[in-house]
Design a protein around this ligand. Sequence first.
Ligand code: GLY
Ligand code: MN
Ligand code: MN
Length: 445
Amino acid sequence: MHSEPLARPAPIANDEFAARRERLMAELPEGSAVLLPGATLKTRNHDSDYPFRQQSDFHYLCGFPEPDALLVLLPGRDAGEAVLYCQEKDPEKEAWTGIRIGPEGAVRDYGLDEAFDNTELETLSELLDGRHTLYLPLADAQAMALADDVRGELSARARRGAVAPTSFADISPLIHELRLTKSEAELALMRHAGEISALAHCRAMRASRPGRYEYQLQAEIEHEFVWHGARAPAYGTIVGGGANACVLHYVENGARLADGDLVLIDAGGEFDLYAGDITRTFPVNGRFTPSQRALYDVVLAAEERAVAAVRPGTTLAALHQGVVRDLTAGLIELGLLEGELEACLEAEAYRRFYLHSTSHWLGLDVHDVGRYKVEGESRSLEPGMVLTIEPGLYIPDADDIPVAFRGIGIRIEDDVVVTAEGGEVLTAKVPKSADAIEALMQAAD
Ligand code: GLY
Ligand code: MN
Ligand code: MN
């Protein structure tokens, strides 16, 4: 059964892309330029490609959706600061793989100042003549090779007056700091990605039955994503039944779901390149056992407290420390840790059951960009930042663990925007209390 279609948020407007480029260029020293390649198609096998997904920094600065494009920013250039190279128009190729936007379309539809096709790449060195510093992603071998070529060409023409760049600098951290704070238009897309992802988790809860396979719940999740226009998962969907939930990045999704087990689903849809990232853990048969529920409630309490603590001025480290304290207290109460709370915290005894951090930034990338520390200190949250809260407990199947807890993995994850007053949860439409999950699952039976 299909859920009701949702109203689509507006895509990012050309004016906003242009304003981002302006903000970036305002940070660069005079006489510099930016070279930023987009993504290329990758062969999957023989003549099949992986689905194309634009490079996030490139998308952030121009929204141009095709492979093999190059954005060049030339601050202060009278003939236009934003130049694009893109795939050439080619009727024969377009008959196979679809209409190409081409240079004219890039200027007309994407608000770029000037565009060339990739057969005209020799014009690049002319554009960059006299720019002393080239800013580019230093980790991108293709960008580095291109910049080296440009430097070589301009150096070779030095006697005819060409001026080659004298240094290369990394553009990535500058773009990443801009990406960390989301605009209203970006938040609208992220709300939508969060809502679609929440509906997908509800659908998987309704479809769960003992005897089904993990990949069948993956199918329910990904059906809901695509049905709502989130055309791809933002990362590999994780469906882990029983002890598979303890494998943090489990993606095999091939096992049968057993009666009496929990299943952990970590899945988020990508809408207009923005990620949702939700984890829910629920009983395969719709009813928590007492020990599952006891452990679940420890994770839930930690998660809810951390979500409520999101506000400007707090830090990811403070949120994580709160979670660690709550989980440790819960583990002591359940007899999974022994000793006093402070002593257990001092010894970091929780690490046997909780290995990962509580949060990461979220945006165009699921583990989004932007620094986590500033001057060695955990960064303070500011309005417009988006983060996940995702505590978990993963109980090993070991002799010293009470049998009822062995092999249980639980994680609960929501996406939160920092607002002026606190936090806005983007993923609230999927239940998370044990009672609410049981009610949803039983209503589906
Ligand atoms: N799905 C990856 C993560 O939650 O960080
Ligand atoms: Mn996450
Ligand atoms: Mn996740």
